[in-house]
Design a protein around this ligand. Structure first.
Ligand code: SAH
Length: 363
């Protein structure tokens, strides 16, 4: 017997709002309403209010019977993620500091570019991966986000958009390692893509990982979203230093796993490569990268390093970046340069740091 049915039978009379309504799958919503003596279609009505109308209270679900609303209020939270601050960059990027029910905070970034508006989403509060050049790593891992908190970022962002703005792309490149929070991420991706949920095309969603081989394969088997792998180095020596997870999954193992991924119609894996002056940006690195990626269906995204106080790294020069890109092109690798966005509000890649005061990360 599930928790929902027990609740509906009144076996637990104290309000127990541990779960957010947005943590529930459609099946669980159906179990809840059926156990309450309602017809199953009520579950889809609830999902419509949650994921299409983005409501922040059960009472706003006007077409539900009053008793069902009372039961839902009794059993579940519906925490509208509180946006503590929304800062706007000169380039239109907006950074939201989203407060969670337990006082923790995460950052979510809205990035308009041309006719796209990309949402950069977090998957954990902090991160355990210890990448040397990343501000979030300095926080350590506080905790995983729940499914409701992951999906809640979309709801929070939609509220910040102007009337004529629509989110078009979703990237898990904010705080945290999404594949280290896999069960909740997967449920969130289901809610985001399901027709009963947000109905977002999985092709518009990209999950970025530091490179956890087994879970990467599971993600591609379980979903149709795009995968990006943060590579950043062409030798184990350098990658051990930049992304210590490399000690557990060295380059050879990671790239073999990438070459065996069930890509189906997804095309290619994106490899992210943060360009760090004098560390990983030499022509020899570029040539090694061409060789390393030859067995993989790959494209490369060169990322301009975004400095933060005490990072100890410097961004590569424009000329180093372009020379690197040219070598990849000559090796028949598609390689784009990701320009930095929202730097003036510390909203750029790797600058997200939400504790205790987001703007005061110091040495
Ligand atoms: N943990 C996942 C997703 C979050 S990081 C991952 O590692 O991919 C998203 C991207 O931002 C990664 O490619 C990461 O290497 C990059 N990044 C981190 N810090 C950065 C910084 N200071 N400047 C530029 N990119 C950074």
């Amino acid at each position: 017997m599930t928790e929902a049915i027990a609740a509906a039978r009144g076996e637990d009379t104290a309000p127990n709002q541990e779960r957010d309504l947005r943590d529930l799958s459609l099946d669980e919503l159906e179990e809840t309403v059926v156990a309450a003596g309602e017809r199953a279609y009520r579950a889809r009505q609830i999902a419509h209010w949650l994921y299409r109308r983005n409501v922040d209270s059960v009472d706003a679900m006007r077409d539900l019977p009053a008793e069902l609303r009372t039961l839902l209020n009794h059993r579940f939270r519906l925490a509208p993620p509180l946006v503590a601050t929304a800062r706007r960059s000169d380039d239109g990027t907006r950074k939201l500091l989203v407060r969670l029910a337990d006082g923790e905070a995460i950052e979510t970034v809205i990035i308009p570019a041309g006719n796209r508006i990309t949402l950069c989403m977090s998957s954990q509060v902090g991160c355990a991966m210890r990448c040397a050049f990343c501000a979030t790593a300095r926080m350590g891992l506080h905790r995983n986000l729940s499914t409701g908190e992951i999906v809640g970022q979309v709801v929070a962002a939609r509220r910040e958009l102007g009337a004529d703005e629509v989110l078009t792309n979703y990237v898990f490149m904010g705080m945290g390692e999404p594949l280290a929070n896999y069960p909740r991420l997967l449920r969130a991706l289901k809610v985001m893509t399901a027709p009963w949920g947000m109905g977002i095309s999985p092709r518009r969603i990209t999950v970025s990982t530091v490179g956890l081989p087994t879970t990467m394969a599971r993600l591609l088997a379980d979903t149709s979203v795009n995968l990006a792998v943060s590579l950043h180095a062409t030798t184990d020596e350098v990658r051990d230093r930049l992304a210590p997870i490399n000690e557990r999954y060295p380059l050879k193992q990671l790239l073999e796993a990438c070459s065996r991924l069930p890509l189906k119609r997804r095309g290619r894996v994106t490899f992210e490569y943060v360009m760090l002056a004098g560390v990983n940006d030499s022509p020899a690195d570029a040539s090694r990268l061409v060789k390393l990626l030859a067995p993989v269906r790959a494209k490369v995204n060169l990322i301009c390093f975004n400095p933060f106080a005490g990072s100890g790294f410097q961004a590569s020069s424009r000329s180093a970046l372009q020379a690197f890109q040219a070598i990849l092109h000559r090796g028949n690798l598609t390689a784009t340069i990701r320009e930095s966005r929202g730097r003036d509000i510390a909203a750029a890649c790797g600058q997200l740091y939400a504790e205790p005061h987001p703007e005061t990360l110091s040495q």
